[in-house]
Ligand binder design. Sequence first.
Ligand code: SF4
Length: 414
Amino acid sequence: MEKNYYVCTGCGLLCDDIEVESEKNIINKVYTACRVGVAHMKEVRGEAGFRVDNAPVDEATAIREAASILKNAKNPLIFGLGTSTDEAQKLAIELARKTDATLDDTSSFCLGPLVEALLQDKIKTCTLDDVRNKADVIIFWGADPSDSHPRHLSKHSYFPRGSEKQRGWEEERTAIAIDVRKSHTAKICGNYFFQIPPEGDAEFIDALIAALSGKLPKTSYNYPPKKILELANILKGAKFGVIFAGLGLIYSLKDMEPVFRLMKALNEKANFQLVPMVGHYNMRGFNENLYAETGYVNRVKFENGTVKHGPEYSVVESLKAKTVDAALIIGSDPLSSLPRSVSKNLLEIPVISIDPCETLTSKHSKVYINTAISGVESGGSATRMDGIKVSFKPVVETARLSDEATLKKIMEAL
Ligand code: SF4
């Protein structure tokens, strides 16, 4: 009997080898997925729900109210979409254009600058399949995939045999962790763990660049120069090296310039690529879809058919400056995730929340539409953390609308 494989949308790896046992639209067993994926796929719950002012309403009322909020706003904010399909993201971009909205996603305060650099060919990158087949040196920098992307090391980056790496991790791969703490991933890297102080990344990069060109590496926190020279020697010998850049690295830098310099220095001595450790399963898809439409990966404002771009159109700055007068939040919980000093301004404007989960934001929204979990209850396509397109079908059926169907209905009601 032919096996049915599903895609897990639990993280940016979009594992496509998942088997499930389900009955009456309840998923009883999930095979192959990690603990995060199993929990994600078993998350399915109950019937569709629509609320206006926290009171249950029917679908038509919720859609009408959502459309009316957007129609009456001069500058609505559309935010989220990292856990929505490509199809829903493209509709959200169209909706933003139609309503002269400010449009942003979480990448504007995490990995957006790196994805943008990859799309602009400023940094060399590769696919996870290349990593599995060819990589001999891998660096987890400010990233702990053992917890954030639990199958990363086993399926792609460290443990598997690849076409050009048949002798595997025991003999042919070196895994290195550079981090502020001994994470689970750092423990796997053993002696190749380089512990740096918080916000010590830029200096460590400078010291490593010096070491790569044979100079004595120095840091104000007195990192042992010998260790940095040893690291530089390993990196210089890489035939196919990969840096997996995580949030720990990004949050410690003011801008990406040190990363660009490091990549240049590494590629003068060896062969290095960089892959951002995208967490939400389709954050990279949002960046790519918006880039294709506007030339920017995030922080845009549509106005009379034109597109503006800049830090003032980020979710944080536009909420801080109170330049937005309504918000459509899709698959995100800014009231929980943003600093209170910023997110509290959401409480002063009408908010529409489209989310499969009840969140703090959904509880404080004027309109709440409880949608299907994409990849579990609705299908579509998405972009894996390395830029590979992945299509998926739903595992079970639901009465809840997908993000795509919800946005389509709101567009029609405008
Ligand atoms: S690693 Fe990510 S995509 Fe793969 S099964 Fe786990 S949560 Fe799902």
